[in-house]
Structures are given as structure tokens and as C-alpha cells.
Design a protein around this ligand. Structure first.
Ligand code: B12
Ligand code: SF4
Ligand code: SF4
Length: 409
């Protein structure tokens, strides 16, 4: 197919923007590509250990590729950066889900955005090559070696808040980002240079785990991802550090607190996503924790097919649900947790033991719930072969007898 001839870059870029909007990307910016302005900040962040176990951020070539787009797309000159509203409804500024029910982060309540957005970006790239100008390039949504938020700021889409989110004025931050790196020159948007956070520190003071560290000397907003509930409940594959479990509450998949408290996610601004696929599906956000604790592999696969939640697999989600049940603290959760002590996944058994210890230690005087928990924990300890689970079972017994880290209320 013949490509059109353009006398200037402006009309070419405008056609790209229009097509991107037709494909459902509400916000489109275009930035010149060159070495990352924040490559050193990224390296310092990784060197400080803040990336935790996210190997894709720390491996040897990770910083090099993010610093130099040429290593990702040879001859890369421009980034077409898109943002898509995913707000699934409800209150953007808070969450009133009761403690016995599950909170899933808003981005994970509907269909997996990777599956929806990446094919559309590839379609955009193919359309540009077929209709406008021959080009080489690559589309990324989340998973590539690309600093998407830095590109979005450079493309004028918003600023980098103290909560480390890309925030767009009068739109907020419930936005997915994506980018196509291309090897042709385009006309460019002005970068977003204002800091609209001003003196606000809401996100810093409300983060339950103190993961947000404020602004570094070099001007970068910094997060210790190892403490972020999103990392702990999604990215971390093993046990959640004990001291952080009580701070997670009933957040079983991701966390939105630093967005909820942000004045820029004011209900006056935040619009419902136009994409119906991002609307909540049943059985996830707001479902009873006890019910989710009982799901088997077949039900997990059915319920979370095509959802971001499949990332943690069943064992990761039920690990998180066990923690949430322990935080709820009700003896109503004991039967579900006792059953989970027999799960074939050690990770689930380990966190169920912790949760039983938390619940029983809060019951005060001996009760049926406490006796049932002690009997189940002792029974499992006699049979358990996994070292980590054994340790957690013993700690739970200590907790119940009052020798643990937290005393009965
Ligand atoms: C790893 C990752 C995480 C990690 C780490 C988060 C983090 N803050 O780094 C964890 C698991 C914790 C996480 C959580 C979430 N994530 Co995430 N995540 C990513 C991912 C894959 C990489 C981010 C990264 O490279 N981090 C490393 C740090 C160092 O890089 P950075 O955040 O870009 O930081 C830059 C600034 O510090 C910068 N900088 C900014 N200003 C300035 C100023 C100066 C002067 C200097 C020197 C530097 C500087 O320098 C750094 C390098 O550019 C991106 C997708 C992508 N490819 O970019 C999605 C992404 C950032 N995540 C996203 C989302 C939606 C989330 C969650 C909301 C999900 C949830 N509800 O649970 C939370 C939000 C938590 C939060 N407050 O950030 C969206 C964010 C959209 C937006 N509006 O910003 C992205 C872009 C995915 C997408 N394609 O839509 N995430
Ligand atoms: S997502 Fe939650 S835990 Fe992570 S930085 Fe924001 S408020 Fe803190
Ligand atoms: S809560 Fe306040 S400080 Fe944090 S990102 Fe929003 S405006 Fe900035």
C-alpha cells in the first residue's frame, strides 16, 4: 500500500494522534527520544535495593536499555505515548469496603489491560507504516525496558507526583500508559515542566507502609517498592515479611491509597472508563474473603481468566487473602483458615498459620475458636515437612500463648 506524502511533520503527527484516539487512547503525546534524563536516578534507585526481587528491573542490561532507547529500537527518534482511563466506577477518593471483604486495586477489577492495549498499539504502528510513513518501531505496555512515566512527562501528558504516579491535570492518575518507540522524526509536544503537587504531602502521610520516601536531593520522587502493598501482594513471590502483614489490611491485590488521597483524583475530575472491559467482574473486588480462601485451581482459572489477577497465581492470591483474614481478626474466619492449613501450597499453609495465630491471640480468654486453632496448628505441626511452614506454625502457637510479637488485646 502506498504511503501518503506529507509536506511537514505537524500534519503527519496530527493524523497519528487522531488514529490513536480512534483506537481508544484518550490522551496522546509525542516526545523526542534520546538518552534518559533520569538514568542516574534509576541506577541509584536500583543500587539502594528499592526494586526488591523485581529482577526485570535489576538485571545487568535493565538500566542500560532504559537509559538508551537505541538499544531497544535501533535508530529510535520519537516516542508516541498514550494514556488510557481505567477508572472502573465507585469513589475515586476512598474505599469503604468492610474488613471481611476483599479490596482489589482498581486497575485489576476488570480485564487485563496488557491484553487490550498492546494489540491496539501494534495496530496503530502498522497503520502508520501502511498509511503514512514507512517506519520501524516497537510498542510497549508496561512490560518493556521503557520508563513509561518519564516518557509521558516528556510528551506533556502530566507530571510525576510524589506518589510516583503520572498525574494529568483535571484527569487524575487512574490511567494506563503505553508507548511506541519509532525510528522516524515527528513533531513534538512540550514536556510537562510544572510540579502540581506543591506543598501537598497526602500520599506520603497516608501510605500505610511508609513506602513513599519523598523527594530525593536530585529532585526524583522515590518509593521503596519493597514496602509497597502493590509489590508485596503482586510482585513478591515468597512470604510477605511478617512486620508488614498487619499493615496490608484487606488489600488482597495491589493498592490505591496514594491515589485515593491525591486531590487530583477528585470525584469532580475522574470520569468512568469508556472501556466496558475495565468494569469490575464478579467474584473479585468486594467478595467475601472467606469465600475466596476456599477456591480451588479450577475456580481460580475460571474466575480470573483474562484478568491481571492471574499474575499472582492461586497461591499468591490466597497468601494475600490469608493475611487479610488475619487482619480482619474474626473467629468466623477460623474454619476457612484451618482448611487452608492442609492446602498443597506451602505458601498458603504458612500464611494461614500466621492468620490463625493473629485471630486466636486477639480472642483473649480461651474460646472455641482458639481451641480449634490450637488443635489444628498442633496437628499440622506434627505432620508438616516444610521448614518455613513449621516455623510459622510454631510462631503462631507462641502468639496464642502470649509469647509472640503482638499481645492479645
Ligand atoms: C515496577 C513497577 C511497579 C513497582 C514499582 C513502582 C515504582 N514506583 O517504581 C510496583 C509493583 C510497586 C508498582 C506499583 C504500582 N503500579 Co506499576 N509499574 C512498574 C513498571 C513496570 C516499572 C516502573 C519503574 O521502572 N520503576 C522504577 C522507578 C525508579 O522508575 P520510575 O517509577 O519511572 O521513576 C522515575 C522517577 O523516579 C524519575 N524521576 C521523576 N521525576 C524526576 C525528577 C528528577 C529531577 C529526577 C532526577 C528523576 C525523576 O526517575 C525515575 C526513572 O525515570 C511500570 C511500567 C513501566 N515500564 O514504566 C508500571 C507502572 C508505573 N505501574 C502502574 C500502576 C497502575 C501501578 C499501581 C497503581 C498498581 C496498583 N494499584 O497496585 C501501583 C502504584 C504504586 C505507586 N505509587 O507507584 C502504571 C502507572 C500509571 C500512572 N498513571 O502513573 C505503569 C506505568 C504501568 C502502565 N503501563 O500503565 N509498579
Ligand atoms: S500503592 Fe499503597 S503501599 Fe504502595 S506507595 Fe501507594 S499507598 Fe503506599
Ligand atoms: S497526594 Fe499530594 S503530594 Fe501526593 S501526588 Fe497527589 S498532589 Fe502530589
Amino acid at each position: 500500500m502506498a504511503t501518503a506524502t506529507f509536506t511537514g511533520l505537524e500534519p503527519l503527527t496530527e493524523r497519528i494522534r487522531d488514529r490513536a484516539r480512534e483506537l481508544g487512547f484518550e490522551h496522546v503525546g509525542v516526545a523526542p527520544l534520546g538518552p534518559s534524563e533520569h538514568a542516574e536516578a534509576y541506577c541509584r534507585w536500583v543500587d539502594a535495593g528499592f526494586a526488591g526481587e523485581m529482577r526485570y528491573l535489576t538485571r545487568e542490561d535493565a538500566a542500560r536499555k532504559r537509559a538508551d532507547p537505541d538499544l531497544v529500537v535501533p535508530g529510535a527518534r520519537s516516542a508516541i505515548v498514550v494514556a488510557k482511563n481505567y477508572f472502573p466506577g465507585g469513589n475515586p477518593a476512598g474505599d469503604e469496603t468492610p474488613a471481611d471483604r476483599a479490596i482489589f486495586a482498581r486497575y485489576a477489577r476488570g480485564h487485563d489491560y496488557h491484553e487490550l492495549l498492546k494489540p491496539r498499539l501494534i495496530e496503530l504502528q502498522d497503520w502508520i507504516a501502511a498509511e503514512l510513513v514507512p517506519l520501524g518501531g516497537r510498542a510497549y505496555v508496561d512490560t518493556g525496558p521503557v520508563l513509561e512515566r518519564e516518557l509521558a512527562v516528556r510528551a506533556g501528558l502530566g507530571w510525576f507526583g510524589k506518589n510516583t504516579m503520572l498525574i494529568r491535570p483535571t484527569v487524575g492518575s487512574y490511567l494506563f500508559l503505553g508507548a511506541i518507540l519509532v525510528d522516524v522524526e515527528l513533531s513534538y509536544d512540550e514536556p510537562f515542566t510544572e510540579d502540581r503537587c506543591g506543598t501537598c504531602e497526602n500520599c506520603l502521610t497516608h501510605c500505610p507502609t511508609a513506602a513513599l520516601l519523598g523527594i530525593a536531593d536530585d529532585g526524583a520522587p522515590v518509593m521503596d517498592a519493597r514496602r509497597c502493598i502493590s509489590y508485596l501482594t503482586i510482585e513478591l513471590k515468597g512470604p510477605i515479611p511478617r512486620e508488614l502483614r498487619p499493615l496490608i489490611g484487606n488489600r488482597v491485590y495491589g493498592c490505591d491509597i496514594c491515589q485515593e488521597v491525591c486531590p487530583h483524583n477528585n470525584p469532580k475530575f475522574v470520569q468512568l472508563a469508556s472501556e466496558s472491559a475495565f468494569r469490575p467482574r464478579p467474584g473479585a473486588h468486594g467478595a467475601e474473603l472467606i469465600e475466596i480462601m476456599g477456591i480451588d485451581q479450577v475456580e481460580f482459572s475460571r474466575r480470573f481468566k483474562g484478568s491481571p489477577v492471574k499474575r499472582t497465581k492461586r497461591r499468591g492470591l490466597l497468601r494475600n487473602v490469608a493475611v487479610a483474614l488475619g487482619n480482619w481478626g474474626s473467629s468466623d474466619a477460623v474454619p476457612a483458615l484451618v482448611a487452608a492449613l492442609q492446602d498443597h501450597e506451602p505458601l498458603i499453609r504458612e500464611h494461614a498459620a500466621w492468620a490463625l495465630g493473629q485471630i486466636a491471640s486477639r480472642q483473649g480468654c480461651p474460646s472455641d475458636g482458639v481451641s480449634a486453632s490450637v488443635a489444628a496448628i498442633e496437628g499440622q505441626l506434627a505432620a508438616e515437612e516444610n521448614e518455613s511452614v513449621r516455623e510459622e506454625l510454631s510462631l503462631a502457637l507462641d502468639e496464642i500463648s502470649g509469647n509472640g510479637t503482638s499481645q492479645p488485646a
